[in-house]
Design a protein around this ligand. Structure first.
Ligand SMILES: [Zn+2]
Length: 137
């Protein structure tokens, strides 16, 4: 399933393709088997800074595992940015409906108001789903 996710054409074709993100080739990524903290470096920490587990609890992440983390960070980051501006867009659209400059303008703002409410609810549900599945890297 994870391999399928990486090859979704609609994601690969986007400008924000993860392959275009700056990448430090030499960085290795380790994951704590107890608390899931991700540690970047040539070796894991002696003691996990989050749960105090010893270095032996850390596993070196595969390239595929790391690619999924990068992708989930990108997706969740974009969702978080979108959620942050939704209240402003709602306010702008509410004002546009109130101003009622002309029927098209009013209809546009009403549509934005309806859509943005749906986006907010859906994105919150999606992020919640990622967190519950442990996909929040
Ligand atoms: Zn830990």
């Amino acid at each position: 399933m994870h391999s399928d996710l990486l090859t979704l054409p609609r994601v690969r074709d986007r400008k924000w393709n993860i392959k275009m993100l700056p990448k430090e080739e030499s960085t290795m990524h380790w994951k704590c088997g107890v608390c899931n903290l991700i540690w970047d470096g040539t070796h894991p920490p002696d003691t996990c800074p989050k749960c105090s587990s010893p270095a032996e609890k850390y596993d070196l992440m595969t390239e595929e595992q790391w690619a999924l983390v990068e992708r989930s960070r990108l997706t969740n980051g974009l969702y978080a940015r979108l959620l942050a501006v939704i209240p402003e867009i709602e306010e702008m659209a509410r004002q546009g409906v109130e101003d009622d400059l002309d029927p098209w303008c009013r209809a546009l703002h009403q549509r934005i108001l309806d859509d943005v409410e749906f986006w907010g609810k859906s994105i919150r549900a999606e992020i919640n789903g990622h967190v519950n599945k442990g996909k929040w890297g």
